[in-house]
Design a protein. Structure first.
Length: 210
């Protein structure tokens, strides 16, 4: 067997290194050309009474990346749960939904929102009363506003009554304390007891049927 000369071995090593660099450089450029997945995500914000109960319907949807419980629409710069629940900050309990528009539409999210609230309650939602528990759609742009208004008209026509749920411009959203996030998963027994005791599902069935 012929032995390679030292110069030949060095030449081979250099060629392999150059090829590897070109491959890495090309793949890096391709990665840079592709937008980050997070840049393709969109945001929707809904208030429907107790935010514990508004996370599950959205978490079940294909295309929803996350739902975060929090506060929106008020005056206090850094509201706490105690402040908001007392009703003095002007905030709504709400959920901020991060979703992939390529997998699920904003219209579908709004449909799910309607089916999980009482659109005729002007004092709150279910057993929770006060401005902090009012239902509302907080829109982030003109397109969301148009779709939300259209869906509201459809609901009024279907149910045959004026809907009191408001459509409002989104303001700063404050994430709630960590123990509120995914409460239905962290405390399933307490969550179920609260949801049943509050009469949420019973009233939803009365409004929307099965």
């Amino acid at each position: 067997m012929r032995r390679r000369s030292l110069g030949g071995i060095i030449a081979v090593v250099i060629c392999v290194a150059i090829a590897a660099w070109l491959t890495f450089s090309g793949s890096s450029r391709d990665a840079e050309a592709q937008p980050s997945p997070s840049l393709r995500l969109a945001k929707a914000t809904f208030a429907g009474g107790c935010f514990w109960c508004m996370e599950p319907p959205f978490d079940r949807l294909d295309g929803v990346v996350s739902s975060t419980s929090g506060y929106i629409g008020g005056r206090t710069p850094a509201p706490t749960y105690e402040q908001v629940s007392a009703g003095g900050t002007g905030h709504y309990e709400a959920v901020e939904v991060l979703y992939d528009p390529a997998k699920i539409s904003y219209t579908r999210l709004v449909e799910v929102f309607w089916r999980n609230i009482d659109p005729f309650d002007a004092r709150g939602q279910f057993c929770d009363k006060g401005t902090q528990y009012l239902a509302a759609i907080f829109v982030h742009d003109e397109e969301q506003e148009k779709l939300a208004e259209s869906s509201k008209a459809v609901v009024e026509e279907r149910l045959g009554r004026p809907v009191v749920t408001e459509i409002l411009a989104a303001t700063r959203f404050h994430a709630a304390e960590e123990y509120h996030q995914d409460y239905y998963q962290k405390n399933p027994i307490r969550y179920k007891f609260y949801r049943t005791g509050c009469g949420r599902d019973r009233r939803l069935a009365e409004v929307w049927g099965d």
